[in-house]
Design a protein around this ligand. Structure first.
Ligand code: 5GP
Ligand code: ZN
Length: 113
């Protein structure tokens, strides 16, 4: 997608603090961290949100969830972490390229909404 911030980050057109990369997946530090460790994991292919996961692209989502434990281990999140993906206005999604927030490195609030 031409005007998508995370597509541009995935293509390296906008710099990011990368923590993991392969040919299909990129993980980088959130610019405005909401926890001691706050990483965003994205597929390089544009998918708008969790609402657009389907039989054609779900393999990439499965791959993201294989990568997340590796990132968590590398980041020292042995005491736990939280994975969140906001989809649509009710969830306050602000970047419309699917991404999984990985939050940790501290005790987090019990409530999620
Ligand atoms: P959302 O609100 O869509 O769930 O999450 C979008 C996230 O992207 C926010 O946590 C925000 O801080 C992060 N973000 C927005 N722009 C940039 C950017 O240019 N670089 C990085 N690394 N993170 C960004
Ligand atoms: Zn995109």
């Amino acid at each position: 997608m031409t005007d998508c911030l995370f597509c541009k980050i995935a293509e390296g057109k906008i710099p990011s603090q990368k923590v993991y990369e392969d040919d299909e997946i990129l993980a980088f530090r959130d610019i405005n961290p909401q926890a001691k460790t706050h990483i965003l994991v994205i597929p390089k292919q544009h998918i708008g949100s969790c609402a657009e996961i389907n039989e054609q692209n779900s393999r990439l989502i499965a791959k993201i969830f294989e990568v997340i434990p590796k990132i968590a281990e590398k980041e020292g999140l042995s005491n736990g972490f939280r994975v969140i993906s906001n989809a649509g206005p009710d969830a306050c999604q602000s970047v419309h390229h699917i991404h999984f927030h990985v939050l940790g490195g501290q005790q987090m609030a019990e409530k999620m909404a």
